[in-house]
Structure formats: C-alpha cells, structure tokens
Design a protein around this ligand. Structure first.
Ligand code: COA
Length: 390
C-alpha cells in the first residue's frame, strides 16, 4: 500500500472525536510484553494540549477511517547554549502519536510527524522534541533512526500512591500557600535558568487546573519580610512546589498486567489482611480509570531543605485524601535524572520510571550547532517538566 492512499488533515472536533478515542483504546503504547496505560480523554481527545499557547492535532484518514493521530504544542522555554534571545528558544512538543495496529509500517506514523514538523517550521520553531519510554523500540527507531532526532535527556517519573492514611507533618514546619504573583516571581528568580523553564509560567500558574503553589520553611524563620532593598528576605532553608490536577481532564487505566504484578497485588492484599497492624498503604486499583495530581516546579534552597521538600510532597498527598476526589489515586512528578530533589520525593519504585527518554531535533540550520552542544555536554541537573505536557 502506498503513501498516496491516506490523507493527513487537521482534527475536526465534532466529527472525529469518537474515532480518535476508539483509536486510542486500540493502541498499546510500549513493548507488547509490559504494562501499559490507556488514556481516557473523557470525550475531549485534544484536552492534553488545549492548555498550551499554540497547539494542533492531525489525523491520518484512509477510506473514511481514521488510522492515525498526532498532537503538537508550541511554547518558548529556556534552552541553554541557544545563542539568540538570551537562551530562550521556541520549542514544539510532539505527543499522542498513534497508528491503528493493522495499518502500521506503512509510513503513516512518520508522515504524521513530518506534517507536524512542517507546522512547527511555519511557526518559527527552533527545536522539536518528544518523550517516550526507552523500551518503546518502534517509537525510538521511528524518531531516532528515521527522522533524525537525538537522544537528549532521561528524566525520572516518580509515582506515589494515595493511601487511606495521612502523613503526619512535623509541627516544626510551616507550610504556606503563595499568591500567584509571588509564585511567578519566585519561579522566575530561582528556576528561570532551569532547562525547559516555560516563559509563560504565569499562564500555567493561572490555569484552573493549577491547584496552587506552596512553600515550606521552619517555624521560627519568617517568610518574606521586606529587606532594605525592598526585596523579600527568604529563610535560609525553604522549598516550594505547585500542583496540577491532571485527573480533571483525563484518566488513566492499566492495560495489561504481567503475572508478577498480579502476584504482587494479591500478596500485598493478603499481608494487609493477616497483619492489619502493619498499616500497609492501600494499593490502588489501577485497572479502573484513575486520575492523578502532578507536582511541578519542585525547588529547594538551603542546607536543611530536603526535609522541607519531603513534607511538601506529604502535604500534597494529604490534600489528595482530603479533596474527596475518589479518582485521584496517585501523585506523580517528573524531574531531571540527576536532580537532587529526586532524593526527597516519596515514591514507589514499582510504579515509577527511572529513565524516561526525551529526544530532540533542530528545525533550523543555525540551531544545529547549539543542538550538538546540548546533546554532547552532560545534562544540566535540573529540568522543568511542564504540567501541560504530561
Ligand atoms: C510507533 C508508531 C506510531 C509507528 O507508526 P508506523 O505508522 O508503524 O510508523 P512508520 O510506518 O512510519 O515507520 C517508520 C519507521 O519507524 C521504524 N519502526 C516503526 N515501527 C517499528 C517497529 N514496530 N519495530 C521496529 N521499527 C519500527 C522503522 O524504522 C520504520 O521504517 P520501516 O518500516 O521502513 O522499517 C506505531 O507503532 C504506534 O502507534 N505504536 C503505539 C503507540 C506508540 O507507541 N506511540 C509512540 C509514543 S511516543
């Protein structure tokens, strides 16, 4: 079958919605033998990109049937060593690439990516990038071997289940919610040079999915008195994070469980039944749709800030219990592979992914040198993962 037999066009909300959702249900992401997650977009397949400054969804159609889909978004971020505009670059993020199982290896996936790249180029994008599981060989081969993407960063996705039991927060620690303006100014000051920091951080913080930004510091220290230069004086040690309610727009569901996962789940329930005194955290039922909170903008300052960051994560966990959102089953975050904040984030290894793979490609010839430097120098420790791209 030749390339000319399918057409690629922009997604039409009303007429394509059902077919795109059906396609998503039929597509396993990742290697066939492992666990995979279905995304339930609850009647709005474009919901994962809708909150970005610019976005586009394309579909591939063959004989009136939708056989492929791809999404992309554009924004301005900090990219080190990008010469013009003082380290700011326009980046295009590629996500949600799916081709119907019976139409794979016919060039549909690569054509969808190329058409999205054309849209990026028409909008002056410097770099296109995408994230995938390292073991997703089809995806890695498609992007790296065929389309010229380069392996770039390997952030860690950390997942913690929401259990029935609240954490006890140390009485010596004060947790306060920041106003949006203050959160924005702190982020620009302390994370503005972090790789992939979004220039429109204010849009993220003001979005209705952003539940708020909190700081933690030791009682006895004061937060934010104004100093002589009219700048806030911050405590020696402090930590901050923001929370995004991803479950509000889409739900996840586990697709296939290898035997080891079933055995683990059964043994866990059995131990809990025989020894209730152990107070084991409840293992959520991932086979039914569940939502999650995504923690972003995690930052710590000062020698004693690790404990503060941990307390903030525990506070988010307790808030998830209190929210009475029966669907919020896990707290998720994604941080740079060698970022020290990682050490203080409570997570379950079993549910987490130590190395997600990000691949990048320069779309302008003058970006090629910067890309060479970016990918050949050791990664910066910190990486800002935008909650709109989860
Ligand atoms: C990954 C995916 C989109 C590829 O779509 P596709 O239409 O089959 O891709 P193409 O036909 O354009 O393949 C182009 C090249 O990619 C590589 N490739 C694609 N699928 C591959 C596979 N299963 N194994 C090895 N290489 C593969 C090959 O180099 C292929 O060229 P070739 O067929 O000439 O050898 C498709 O397998 C899919 O929908 N998978 C499930 C969802 C998913 O994992 N999406 C990616 C998330 S980032």
């Amino acid at each position: 079958m030749g390339l000319e037999e399918f057409i690629i066009r922009t997604y039409e909300g009303i007429s394509d919605r059902a077919q795109v959702e059906d396609l998503e249900r039929r597509c396993e992401v990742g290697p066939a033998e492992s666990l995979f997650l279905f995304t339930d977009t609850m009647g709005d397949p474009i919901c994962r990109i809708r909150n970005s400054p610019m976005y586009k969804m394309l579909v591939a159609e063959l004989d009136n049937e939708l056989v492929g889909v791809i999404q992309g978004s554009i924004k301005v971020v900090t990219v080190h060593r990008h010469p013009p505009n003082e380290g700011l670059a326009k980046v295009g993020y590629i996500l949600g690439l799916r081709v119907a199982p019976c139409h794979r290896r016919k060039g549909i996936g690569s054509s969808l990516v190329r058409r999205l790249e054309e849209w990026f180029i028409a909008n002056d994008v410097d770099y296109a990038y995408m994230a995938t599981e390292k073991e997703n060989h089809a995806s890695v081969k498609l992007f790296v071997n065929q389309l010229g993407y380069v392996k770039f960063r390997t952030p860690a996705i950390l997942v913690n289940p929401v259990s029935d039991h609240s954490f006890r927060i140390s009485p010596n620690i004060q947790i306060s919610r920041l106003k949006i303006e203050e959160a924005e100014s702190l982020y620009r000051k302390y994370m503005g040079t972090t790789e992939f920091f979004p220039n429109d951080i204010d849009n993220i913080l003001r979005n209705k999915l952003s539940l708020g930004t909190w700081v933690a510091y030791y009682k006895g220290d004061s937060w934010g008195d104004f100093g002589s230069n009219n700048e806030r004086v911050l405590p020696t040690s402090w930590a901050m994070l923001s929370v995004w309610n991803s479950g509000e727009i889409f739900k996840l569901r586990l697709g296939k469980a290898p035997l080891s996962c079933f055995i683990f789940t059964k043994s866990w329930a059995l131990i809990d039944k025989i020894f209730p005194c152990f107070k084991l955290p409840t293992l959520p039922d991932f086979f039914n749709p569940f939502g999650f909170y995504f923690m972003y903008g995690l930052h710590q300052e000062g020698p004693l800030s690790g404990k503060l960051l941990r307390c903030l994560c525990q506070f988010v966990h307790n808030s998830a219990i209190k929210s009475k959102d029966e669907y919020c089953k896990v707290i998720v975050t994604e941080v740079g592979g060698s970022d020290t904040v990682r050490l203080h984030i409570p997570h379950w290894k079993l549910l987490s992914c130590p190395e997600d793979l990000w691949c990048i490609k320069a779309l302008k010839t003058e970006g090629t040198n910067s890309l060479h430097e970016l990918t050949n120098n050791p990664p910066t420790k910190t990486l800002f993962v935008d909650p709109r791209e989860v």
